[in-house]
Design a protein around this ligand. Sequence first.
Ligand SMILES: Nc1ncnc2c1ncn2[C@@H]1O[C@H](COP(=O)(O)OP(=O)(O)OP(=O)(O)O)[C@@H](O)[C@H]1O
Ligand SMILES: [Mg+2]
Length: 890
Amino acid sequence: MAWVSEASAHPAGPPHHPAARPAPPDPAALGRLTPLAALRALDASPRGLDEQQAQLRLERYGENTVPEARPPGRPLRFARSLRDPFSVVLLVLGLVSAAVAAWATAAVITVLVLVSSVLRSTGEHRAERAAAGLRELVAATATVRRRPAPGADPRVREIPVDQLVPGDVVLLAPGDVVPADVRLLRATGLTLHQPALTGESAPVARAAVDDPPPGELPQQPQLCLQGGSVATGSGTGVVLATGADTFRARQSRAVPCRPAAGTVFHRALGGITWTLIRLMLCAAVLVLAAHTLLRGPALDTVPLAVAVAVALTPEMLPVVVNVSLARGAVRLARERSVIVRRLPALHDLGAMRVLCTDKTGTLTRDRPVVHRALDPAGRPAPEVLRWAAVNAHWTLQLAELPAPDALDEALLRAAGPGRETGVAAVPFDPVRRRATAVVREPEHPGTHTVVVKGAVEDVLGCCSHLRTAAGEQLELDDAHRARVLARAGREADAGLRLLAVAIARRPGRAPTTAERGLTLLGFVALRDDLAPGAGEALAALARHGVAVKVLTGDHPATAARACRDLGLDPGPPDAVVTGAQTDALDDAELAELARSRTVFARCTPAHKARVVQVLRAAGQPTGFLGDGVNDLPALRAADVGICPRGAAEVTRAGADVVLTGKDLTAIDRALSCGRETTRNITTYLRVVLSSNLGNVLAMLVAGLLLPFLPMLPLQVLVQNLCFDAAQLAFAFDRAGPAPGGGPAAPSRPAGLRPRAFTSFVLRFGALNAAADLATFAALGWLLSQDSAAGLDAHAVFHAGWFTENLLTQALVIWLLRPGSARRLPLPVALAVAGLTAVGLLLPLSPLAGALGLTATLPGAYYPLLGGVLALYAGALCFTRARYRSAISIL
Ligand SMILES: Nc1ncnc2c1ncn2[C@@H]1O[C@H](COP(=O)(O)OP(=O)(O)OP(=O)(O)O)[C@@H](O)[C@H]1O
Ligand SMILES: [Mg+2]
């Protein structure tokens, strides 16, 4: 009995609520049926469902969307953000304070942890929503065969994947993501990548067998399960299960993605986090040791040491990182036609030093036009084009490819299919680099003609003879082979794409697709224009310090010529490396070679991925830009995978960044945005670390000189809260054009590099400590004057330092951020103004008493403070000018 029957599926009335959705039978049981029985059980036909049937099923079974692992809710996110290393350290410090009964310290720390966790979990939630929204913009489609009305002829059309229903007949071609669980009705040379299902990366063969062997679902040859992707060949199948009923949804396994911990971004962030935590613990121990040595063990130094450690923790780092990345991605999507599907990829894009790119379809338009057809000696030979078109026609027809490949399309536009009838075909794949059709010619009854077209070297490898212009059949010797290859090289030198064409007539009843003993007829040369904007994009990448390597499946000379036309120097002809040459090298040798060479030709998908892998392993953050199915392994292997607008669906699904604009120049803008984002994060870190380190140094020195605590723990913490709030401005900062009209974004790869911070932070920290010490001197002098008699010296000292600290922090935010100091963006201006106001007014407010700050700072203090601040600002500007490069590209 059919389990999907429209009559029972949808009695008149409103659509079923999902909860009332009938449970479908096990797709495993359906999948084991023969194609005919499966169709019958699904009340479907090889001609496809009609639109009305499809609509009813859609209402009944719901949309074909994979219920992603539900994103965690806010409470869970909040709990998770408490597990962040910074939060854990802070909580431990809070416990230590509570243990020594420093309740106020413990309370402030708790507030700090709560506020930063709330901000962080909200930020993450927003960032994830932004990313999910961006992902949706790259919606996927499926190719189905449907009938407009019950009696009408079937039509093949593209529909959004979520509209697919059980019983639909889908067509699969290279590059398609399998949109639902499908039982094959027929298949030709079909292989699938399905690492998410089986963990294997090698493609597996699929065929429409009637009697499948027993085994797990992902191993059964007649099934294409949702989430797999077509590597080669084509197939037609009927949908067994959609949405939540698919095998993958049932297994609730996620899509494979690069493990987060392995990306440049996560490594860098992890490195910085642990460096800071170590620094923080060292500072706390130092303060404790110094005070204990000087004044003997005292319980009140514990909260101080705790407060110092807290002050050194950049607890807002995760917030700043998330907000910056999400804002960058949203901005790119809005104004620059780039979609960032994985947020940290924005950082990785800015850090990228090498970009490997595919040629055809990426640097060229992949709209080839037949230029001419030649015999092996280079004379015009229209017959060769005709055979190439016969091959194209029958591989498309027999393989039921829903969309012809660009070369086939060009051949069919240039020549008609002829009077032959097709018998069998093996479609093109990028490893064999050829396509084969077997046809019957009316004038040669009783024989089958094998027609092969493909890359010259590969077709020549299947030939034993060649045909001359006079129609003579010559045996192919080595001299002939060399001459044929040289002729092909000359055509390719002119930038033409080449297909070699060979045939063999074989008597007998059974057709065979064996590609042996063929006769070479000649070549078809095709012209493929460069993609608009490709030259500009490559030039911009070079200007911005990114080395470009071209990895292509095409002929070495065609590739070299395209590079030259794009302004990229491929070096001398022998500098082009072929995929086969790389096979002989170990990883270290290949990495060395890859560093110095620009063009890699005749690459299979695996060759492309290996070049990317060795470059990454050699410490070069590497991106890959490609459009085709043959680019997918390299795209996955790269730190950041990028694809252009017209990319195959599976490539788009696997890419981190999708360029949706009409040309490639968007990549440069995306790169700049990535670097700008990284710069905001580094600016935050630099400001936090240099001023906090300065405070700790000053605290240590003051501890040695003063008979009392230079700052009370509570004051340190309140100050820290003010800093945290102000520093959030960096998440919203945009540097804008540099003074003098230079580029806003760093002109060299900019990633988070833990080591690069050290010298910068030490210098600026020392400067900050010097300003603090000058303030101590001023305060000491003021307190020694007669006019200061009767003032609470401790409170005056504390209030004086408190004010100075907030003002120096405001100065640092103002002067250490890259970009113009004269035109501040609003968030930064607000932060600077806010810190100044709190620094000046808090000691005068009613809160001052509670914090141990006095309201009566001697009037003479302010001019002295003004002098210290002016000197500090001057020193900051001077040091900044000497460190200009470090400021903009760290
Ligand atoms: N449909 C086809 N039929 C026969 N041969 C083909 C077909 N498409 C491509 N080829 C041959 O196979 C070679 C490799 O093709 P492949 O698709 O791997 O790379 P490409 O498209 O040339 O370049 P890129 O990797 O830069 O996109 C081509 O240079 C061409 O000679
Ligand atoms: Mg391509």
